[in-house]
Ligand binder design. Structure first.
Ligand SMILES: [Zn+2]
Length: 410
């Protein structure tokens, strides 16, 4: 104990000048001791189905998490998640400081009813399996346990900790995105608790936005053998369009533009009078999407068959989560926390998958993602698991990061 005190005093002295920290050994010990309890929370959370369309299932998650927040002193409310089936749970805990943080995790899973019975919770070696365990029941468990660790340590140097457990992330957050925006705008920082990888743990400050482009081409039918020149071949125009847009995709920028579906023609002896092509688009910045669409429209206008008619339709999915200076500052703190206990945390700015944390960032907010547990097999129906022996480090990371973000004095 005495050596520890001396070491802490010494480190504080050395690091004091740089404003850096030393590991909080007491918190680390508490996080290690909390591993079994966290597994037990996970077991409870994955013991039934809570697919986005299963409102009763999502409410059952709310029945577990709401009292746990209340027991820690949070004032809670349950808000309808229309047009989605379930409810959103919001908890607010006020402290004695000034900074405010929003902690975000989702209660719904991607799985259909009946999956939980087929895949009961089980621990096999270093893996804990269960339906939706990595995405995103682990996020909920880490939020509950990390905040409990801070409470137990008597930490109160914060203005407010707001927790949002939402109902419908897996289906685009239609019934929670406004709430995410509102709560984020009331906070200084947002930590989102989706999972991270098992090979390398990373914290994400940016994820791609998603859009789908459909081009419909109207030509003119004609007998393919007797009078092909009297037709306007929509398939030829479609094929040419696909080729004359190959340079829109720009990997270096994180702008992915790929044609994925083509439909044309019905019988082999008629010149097809209609074709459609669809492209999947992923982008990091709104401006990149606009630029890609402008390029597409310019290429569409340069048509090969002058009598063909081309129409472009764009449907937008989630916006991108755009990295901000504030988010990068949080990443630096998180990386320091991990390196103080001898671990490595990567920063990731890309990633094709969307996140509803992106809604939190639409007000230029400092948002970081992937604070949940390392896991694998998400959206895979059979083998979703989290890595058991990483639980203490992840609890410590979350608790210590919340603490340092909230007690930062700038
Ligand atoms: Zn998720």
């Amino acid at each position: 104990m005495r050596t520890l005190a001396i070491r802490l005093a010494f480190t504080a002295l050395v690091l004091g000048f740089t404003g850096a920290h030393a590991a909080d050994d007491a918190l680390l010990v508490a996080a290690r001791a909390d591993r079994a309890a966290t597994l037990d929370t996970l077991r409870q959370l994955v013991s039934f189905d809570s697919g986005t369309l299963n409102g009763d299932g999502v409410r059952k998650v709310a029945d577990i998490v709401e009292p746990r927040l209340q027991a820690m002193g949070f004032a809670t409310e349950r808000l309808d998640a229309k047009p989605s089936a379930g409810v959103n749970v919001v908890g607010r805990l006020d402290g004695k400081g000034s900074k405010k943080v929003l902690l975000l995790a989702h209660m719904d899973t991607v799985y259909l009813d009946g999956t939980a019975v087929k895949q009961p919770f089980r621990i096999d070696g270093n893996k804990a399996y269960g339906v939706g365990i990595a995405d995103d029941k682990a996020g909920i468990a880490v939020v509950l346990h990390a905040v409990a660790l801070l409470k137990a340590a008597g930490f109160d140097d914060f203005g407010r900790i707001t927790v949002l457990f939402n109902a419908d992330e897996e289906r685009g957050s239609a019934g929670s995105r406004e709430l995410i925006r509102k709560l984020a705008s009331e906070s200084d920082a947002v930590l989102s608790f989706e999972g991270t990888g098992i090979e390398r743990e990373s914290i994400r400050t940016g994820t791609s936005g998603i859009a789908r482009v459909t081009v419909t081409i109207i030509g003119k039918a004609s007998h393919a053998g007797a009078a092909p020149e009297r037709g306007v071949n929509a398939l030829v125009e479609a094929a040419d369009l696909v080729l004359r847009t190959q340079d829109i995709d720009d990997r270096a920028k994180g702008l992915r533009f790929n044609w994925t579906v083509e439909r044309a023609g019905e019988v082999s002896n008629i010149i097809p009078d209609q074709a459609t092509v669809e492209a999947d688009v992923r982008y990091r910045r709104e401006a990149d999407l606009e630029e890609a669409l402008a390029k597409l429209r310019e290429r569409v206008a340069r048509q090969r068959l002058k009598d063909a008619k081309l129409e472009v339709a764009v449907s937008r999915g989630r916006p991108p989560l755009m990295s901000t200076d504030g988010a990068r500052r949080i990443v630096k703190i998180a990386q320091a926390i991990y390196s103080e206990i001898g671990l490595t945390l990567d920063e990731s700015e890309g990633g094709g998958g969307g996140t509803d944390a992106a809604y939190a960032a639409t007000t230029n907010q400092a948002v970081v993602e992937s604070m949940g547990l390392p896991g694998a097999g998400v959206h895979a129906n059979s083998e979703e698991y989290v890595v058991v022996d990483r639980i203490p480090a992840r609890l410590y990371l979350a608790a210590e990061l919340i603490k340092r973000v909230l007690s930062a004095k700038e």
